[in-house]
Design a protein around this ligand. Structure first.
Ligand SMILES: [Zn+2]
Ligand SMILES: [Zn+2]
Length: 318
């Protein structure tokens, strides 16, 4: 990034560099959010083998680790969110301003230098069973290097100059990796520190608009921790979720199917504001740490009826 700053100061940035940086940011960010996260880690929708491979390669191009490593880390995060065992919680790193700052740094970057290797067999047995994913996982570095060089090849084909190719590698490759890294890592750090938490969860996850914009919808992190297997993270109409829009759009041409979203009943059962307005049996809510159940206990159904009544009377959830 220091080198990029020097180049920017001396030569500026061409329109082609800008377009390539934005395009590869979008492709690789979708590889992480749509592929690594919502498809492979949480299985929130289904798609064919070709799209699975394309999403895995796009995610690998983000240079955040091979698919098995990334998925294992993230599943471990959900199992132990903000407790001992969470690979990148910003909490429990001391008190005061220094504790918060160190926690932010640790959850953002520091954890990658100190966490223990994951037990892939225990955490991602479903993915390891797929020969295609084993092959894509093995050639991870090929996809990373390809993702850095590809903008240069495109620029070379368009302009015919090596200078433009080198500039495109810098902005569409290296700088783009930097930007996607920090946007994604903000979900681990900022979205467990700053923002609103409308849903009851056993962790300190937060919804954060800025992070949601940067990551195409991942910033609605409290929603995500409340309903981990939901393909939709922006649960309110005003919560932008580009990734869910793409998943839904692909279903119209039958490229995705079995898309999982929480029912209205499940959302009501976990909403904080409604729980505080009634005598609903919150201690019997479904567990926060596993996939949400499709059928609520009868006591919850009764509580939901009370809650819906309270909602009608108050006229608003918020
Ligand atoms: Zn989280
Ligand atoms: Zn997740």
């Amino acid at each position: 990034m220091i080198g990029a700053g020097v180049v920017f100061w001396n030569r500026g940035l061409s329109l082609l560099d800008l377009i390539l940086c934005a395009s590869f940011y979008a492709v690789t960010m979708l590889g992480i959010t749509l592929g690594y996260h919502r498809l492979f880690t949480h299985r929130s929708f289904k798609c064919g083998v070709t799209l699975r491979a394309a999403l895995c390669i796009a995610g690998s191009m983000a240079a955040q680790g091979p698919i098995f490593f990334w998925t294992a880390c993230h599943r471990r995060h959900h199992r132990h969110s903000d407790e001992p065992g969470d690979p990148h919680s910003p909490h429990h790193h001391g008190t005061g301003v220094s504790g918060v700052l160190y926690g932010w740094w640790y959850s953002h970057v520091g954890w990658m230098f100190s966490h223990a290797p994951e037990n892939y067999v225990r955490l991602v047995p479903d993915l390891i069973r797929e020969p295609q994913l084993r092959m894509l996982n093995r050639y991870y570095w090929l996809w990373v290097i390809g993702g850095i060089l590809l903008p240069g090849l495109i620029a070379l084909a368009i302009t015919g100059t090596w200078a433009a190719a080198a500039s495109a590698v810098l902005w569409g490759g290296l700088v783009r990796v930097f930007l996607v890294h920090h946007s994604t890592w903000s979900i681990n750090s900022i979205c467990h520190l700053f923002g609103e938490s409308p849903y009851e969860t056993e962790d300190r996850s937060r919804n954060n608009l800025v992070c949601a914009i940067l990551t195409f919808g991942e910033g609605w992190h409290n929603n995500h921790h409340a309903f981990p297997t939901s393909a939709r993270h922006g649960l309110e109409w005003w919560q932008c979720d580009v990734v869910y829009g793409i998943i839904r759009s692909l279903s119209w041409v039958r490229l995705t199917w079995d898309i999982r979203v929480p029912s209205a009943d499940q959302r009501v059962a976990k909403a904080k504001t409604l729980q505080s307005t009634s005598s609903a049996p919150t201690e019997q809510m479904p567990t926060q740490r596993g996939p949400e159940s499709n059928s609520l206990p009868s006591t919850i159904q009764q509580g939901k009826a009370i809650l819906l009544g309270a909602r009608t009377q108050s006229g608003s959830r918020r």
